[in-house]
Write a new protein. Structure first.
Length: 387
């Protein structure tokens, strides 16, 4: 099925809270859902589809989280989706929601997320969540991998293979911080330099503290409907022009030698469906849990060659006025990162295409790309949005 342009995001809302002490994540989700519906000119009674993945740490749900959330907000949807492939889940859910709407399974679908890791009473996982002491994980447990140490391995491997430098990694953080400075809701707004990043404490070599995302509470939601219904609603529709998704591996031992990630599959699928080229992308929101994260995405998505992302970033291509203005809200490195950030790539893409960026605004943006990953590059989803 060709889904291009058949559905649209008609409402978007991001919580401005970065600290929400003693607020349950479902309460944040409720605020975001109501905010997104109001943005669209719709009400809760109009919703017949719900997409959520809230069963992970600090997200408030259990094994049947989408049912818990539906009960909490008081709806009985005809279409539900709890696909959970990590941080890109909400981009993947947007593609699946588009298929559901196009085939008549639902008419108005809400995709939402929230988490409160800054106060959540359960202990933070101290290990790589994809490594277990049985099955394949038993061979990795002796090396005591953590989530951040695995990202450090990716960064070190990229340095060894392609000559990437700590300064190039740091430039990612500096670029997105410069965007965050103009976003009144960003967690971190103090200007930083490359030297500041390199002087911050080492967390998992070669990643310094400022190479790592912020930890915030927060949430967001978007509302999708058919192209026909979107025309009659409150705000300018933002159409889903293209979509692609892919999964690869979970175990660290299965990381490809050249560091290729599932974005190498999701990206071409999204571009092909949308019928656009890289030069058509006016603005991009690229998952940035760590500074190495968007660098690998840039290569796999085809914006630069293998091993060339360091120089691509250093040349200013991700800045306002550059070839690919990215993470215009400050991204996960400076604005917010409750745990899974894919929903915010969709929200900021919508704001940019409407001319409603809370800080940096790309002039006359017509085509945006939202891209996310899950786990340690275990999954990827890419959406091309257009007005």
């Amino acid at each position: 099925m060709d889904l291009s342009g058949k559905t649209a995001i008609v409402g978007a809302f991001e919580s401005t809270r970065r600290d929400a002490p003693r607020v349950h994540p479902f309460a944040l989700q409720m605020d975001c859902i109501l905010g997104a519906l109001d943005d669209a000119g719709l009400a809760l009674k109009d919703v017949d589809g719900l997409c959520a993945a809230s069963g992970d740490w600090a997200e408030g749900g259990g094994t049947m989280d989408v049912i818990e959330l539906a009960e909490y907000i008081g709806i009985t949807p005809t279409y539900v989706n709890s696909t959970d492939v990590g941080g890109c889940s909400y981009i993947m859910q947007a593609g699946q929601a588009a298929a559901a709407i196009a085939t008549g399974l639902a008419e108005v679908v809400v995709i939402s997320y929230a988490a409160c890791p800054r106060w959540w009473p359960l202990n933070t996982p101290s290990f790589d969540p994809f490594v277990f002491p049985a099955g394949p994980g038993q061979y990795e447990i002796p090396y005591a991998p953590t989530l951040i140490s695995t990202y450090g391995l990716f960064a070190r491997r990229h340095m060894d293979l392609y000559g990437t430098t700590p300064e190039q990694l740091a430039q990612v953080a500096v670029t997105f911080r410069n965007h965050a400075i103009q976003n009144p809701h960003a967690r971190l707004r103090k200007p930083i330099t490359v030297d500041d990043v390199l002087a911050s404490p080492m967390i998992a070599s070669p990643l310094h503290r400022l190479d790592c995302c912020v930890v915030t509470d927060g949430g967001g939601a978007v509302v999708m409907t058919s192209r026909e219904r979107a025309r009659d609603l409150k705000k300018k529709p933002v159409y889903l022009a293209g979509y692609g998704a892919a999964v690869a591996r979970t175990q660290n031992s299965q990381i490809p030698d050249d560091l290729k990630t599932p974005a190498a599959l999701s990206g071409p699928r999204a571009f092909a469906m949308a019928g656009v080229t890289h030069d058509d992308i006016d603005v991009a929101q690229i998952y940035d849990a760590f500074t190495v994260t968007p660098m690998l995405a840039l290569e796999d998505l085809g914006f630069c060659g293998r091993g060339e992302s360091g120089s691509f970033v250093a040349d200013g291509n991700l800045t306002l006025g550059g070839r690919l203005p990215s993470n215009t809200d400050g991204g996960g490195l400076s604005s917010n990162h409750p745990g899974k950030r894919g929903i915010f790539t969709l929200i900021e893409s919508v704001r940019q295409l409407r001319g409603e960026g809370p800080g940096v605004q790309v002039p006359d943006a017509k085509v945006a790309m939202a891209h996310g990953l899950g786990g340690t590059f275990c999954s990827a989803a890419t959406a091309i949005l257009a007005v």
